[in-house]
Design a protein around this ligand. Structure first.
Ligand SMILES: [Fe+2]
Length: 178
């Protein structure tokens, strides 16, 4: 698969997940699961782009404007990662959580739009068909490695920690204090 098709497919997957957020009311239990799926899809996607795709485009860009476009893509990734980090704390899927997911969705939509126009055009201009294919294969293999690694990683706990015996007994004492 050539790199542009690979990335376009990833964009479709993430857009589908982001679209589902809009249908959830704050407090909907599905929001936490969606956030987790979006987080892992975007993290892997950004990692392979930054390791293989952007550096190649950076090296091939001769025009200052093209370099600006590549740096813009990196910068948008940094913003997206910051927004993802807000969702990582296993919080309640309340109004604020949904708002942060929506801002993430808006940023991703903007990034995807620019990437599929400006960045893909730069790739078509600076890489030949063979290179686009080779890069795609390399990135697909890296993606599969990262995804199998993240699926093996232990899931974070979202349930509230059980109080220790000491905490529970001091809470009970407080309840009866006059
Ligand atoms: Fe990207």
């Amino acid at each position: 698969m050539d790199v542009l098709t690979l990335l376009k497919n990833d964009h479709k997957t993430v857009s589908g997940l982001l679209g589902q957020i809009k249908k959830c009311e704050p407090g909907d239990g599905r929001l936490a699961g969606l956030a987790e799926e979006i987080e892992s899809a975007l993290t892997v996607h950004a990692a392979i782009e930054e390791k293989y795709f952007y550096p190649r485009l950076h090296d091939r860009s001769n025009e200052p404007d093209d370099l600006v476009d590549v740096f813009e893509a990196y910068t948008e990734h940094e913003l997206i990662k910051k927004l993802i980090s807000l969702l990582k704390s296993g919080r309640q899927p309340d109004e604020q959580f949904k708002a942060e997911l929506q801002v993430l969705a808006e940023n991703v939509q903007h990034h995807v739009k620019e990437e599929e126009s400006t960045i893909f055009a730069l790739a078509r201009e600076t890489l030949d068909a063979e290179e686009l294919k080779e890069l795609g294969a390399e990135m697909e293999a890296a993606k599969n490695r990262l995804m199998s690694r993240s699926s093996r990683a232990p899931k974070r706990k979202t349930a509230a920690k059980k109080p220790s015996k000491k905490q529970a007994s001091s809470r009970a004492r407080g309840r009866f204090k006059r």
